[in-house]
Write a protein that binds this ligand. Structure first.
Ligand code: NAD
Length: 491
């Protein structure tokens, strides 16, 4: 340990600082009282006749009524997509690109409106919706627009062809961003789409229909059907050539079983329990920032969250001390306040799941730390939490919590770090903190994770493929790899 690390940190803990409220206005968003389904370029009433309420998790206030699509509704949407496929798939790639560029530009222009709505409906801090979700969503459309007329070059001598209709199902943690990850490559490759957003966060997908109209995308190329898992299950069964699913491992497995032998193409982006590994030569303050970003970003509702922290034994104490001090500076509260670092938990159901796993952590003998913070009375909240004294067998070290809860474990050697990091059914992502380049490469080669970050965490780029191993799924989104699952090849 260096002297600097041994010396006590004398900087004041700014937990007591008070910040004036800096609320983002919601005036820019205008919501309808009730939303139908977006099929064939039109808003249609659900044949099911069913609607459900979508709320804001920060105060449980209802925002709008949203349609629950039934089987007939999903069939109507896939038929509209099939009808649109002929013309869309035979458009020159450069023409398809124009629409994608238009969508990207409109998203960028309307990004404040989308960011506010994303924060309102999902509970994420406005600064994250504004600075991460929206720029990345637009960047995905820009990126795939660039490939639409270059598919022959992307896959030389393989004669790429679109598949047909893609059924896409997404979760609630990055609603618009997951929509972009799905729709942009599908359209660039010449497919048409039926997408189902998650039931707790349908509003930005519904606002996106307005963008499609503004971009004059031909009717039926993108159809949006809302509803819960029943609508998702109907979409899996429907007449589609490809299913792309992002969500829990449990539902992903059920979909894989359902589609076995059907000939439909499938990609699954599922859960994770990432290891964030800190070696004793790491830049400690940067590592602490990376740990915080790794687990408290988006309330930990992140499939690739660094939820298992592995610290080399010799620096365990300074890291944990600094981490706790840093946690005390996190501002938890109204997602629409521009100062907020940790917003609301997405739903009552998710809060119950987090509470249950945290109770299990305590019961199994782990030591809990939560910084003092005043949580709002209404809405769904959970304080940033760290568990120390965690054994690998504890549920909090094995199961995906999908909340702001970190489990700290230790290791002595790189071999031990690899063995412990890989001791999980998941394999989505990992982080390595060390100043030694050769160690980064040595570790990255051995970690069973689709994405490995070095001296950073939770960094995304549309050009870079993302996806998992083992129970984290298969198939990649982003980059050229993300186009491939939407294409058929002659050779
Ligand atoms: P979930 O599986 O409950 O739901 C995901 C989506 O599937 C929702 O739209 C839901 O309505 C739908 N669905 C539910 N049951 C279905 C069924 N039987 N058939 C078809 N569709 C069905 O997951 P969630 O709770 O919304 O999301 C959290 C999970 O998503 C976490 O496990 C997280 O790790 C994972 N996730 C993974 C990635 C990734 O890229 N790997 C990204 C984000 C989230």
């Amino acid at each position: 340990m260096t002297d600097v690390e041994r010396r006590p940190d004398r900087s004041p803990v700014p937990a007591g600082w008070t910040y004036a409220p800096a609320p983002e206005s919601t005036e820019i968003v205008s919501l309808r009282e009730r939303y139908g389904l977006f099929v064939g370029g039109e808003w249609v009433s659900p044949r099911s006749g069913e609607f459900f309420e979508t709320i804001s998790p920060r105060d449980e206030v209802p925002l709008a009524q949203v349609a629950q699509a039934g089987e007939q509704d999903v069939t109507a949407a896939t038929e509209a997509a099939r009808e649109a496929f002929g013309a869309w798939s035979t458009l020159p790639g450069s023409e398809r690109a124009k629409y994608l560029f238009r969508i990207a530009r409109i998203l960028a222009e309307r990004s404040r409106e989308f960011a506010v709505l994303e924060s309102l409906n999902g509970g994420k801090p406005i600064k994250e919706a504004r600075d991460v979700d929206l720029p990345l969503a637009a960047a995905h459309f820009f990126y795939y627009a660039g490939w639409a007329d270059k598919l022959e070059y992307a896959f030389p001598n393989r004669r790429p062809k679109p598949l047909g209709v893609a059924g896409q199902i997404i979760p609630w943690n990055f609603p618009l961003l997951m929509l972009s990850w799905k729709i942009a490559p599908a359209l660039a490759a010449g497919n048409t789409v039926v997408l189902k957003p998650a039931e707790t966060t349908p509003l930005t997908a519904l606002l996106f229909c307005d963008v499609l109209r503004q971009a004059e995308l031909p009717p039926g190329v993108v159809n949006i059907v809302t509803g819960d898992g029943r609508a998702g299950a109907a979409l899996v069964e429907a007449d589609v050539e490809k299913v792309a699913f992002t969500g829990s491992t449990e539902v992903g497995k059920a979909i894989q079983r359902r589609l076995a032998g059907s000939g439909k193409k499938l990609t699954l982006e599922l859960g994770g329990k990432a290891a964030n590994i800190v070696f004793d030569d790491a830049a400690v303050d940067q590592a602490v920032e990376g740990i915080v970003n790794g687990i408290y970003f988006n309330q930990g509702h992140v499939c690739c969250a660094g939820s298992r922290l592995f610290v080399q034994e010799s620096i365990y104490e300074p890291i944990v001390d600094k981490l706790k001090r840093r946690m005390a500076t996190l501002r938890v509260g109204d997602p629409l306040d521009k100062n907020t670092d940790v917003g609301a938990i997405n739903s009552r159901m998710q809060l119950d799941k987090i509470e249950e796993l945290v109770a299990a952590g305590r019961a199994e003998g782990a030591e809990i730390y939560q910084p003092p913070c005043r949580l709002p009375e209404k809405g769904y909240w959970f304080a940033p939490t760290v568990f120390t004294n965690v054994a690998q067998s504890y549920r909090i070290a094995q199961e995906e919590i999908f909340g702001p809860v970190l489990s700290v474990l230790t290791f002595r050697t790189p071999d031990e770090a690899v063995e412990k990091a890989n001791n999980t059914p998941y394999g989505l992502s990992a982080g390595i903190w060390t100043e030694k380049g050769s160690r980064i490469l040595w570790m990255a080669e051995r970690l069973r994770a689709g994405v490995v970050w070095a001296n950073t965490f939770n960094r995304f780029d549309p050009t870079s493929p993302f996806g998992g191993y083992k129970e984290s799924g298969f198939g990649r989104e982003g980059g050229l790899h993300g186009l491939e699952p939407y294409l058929a090849f002659d050779a």
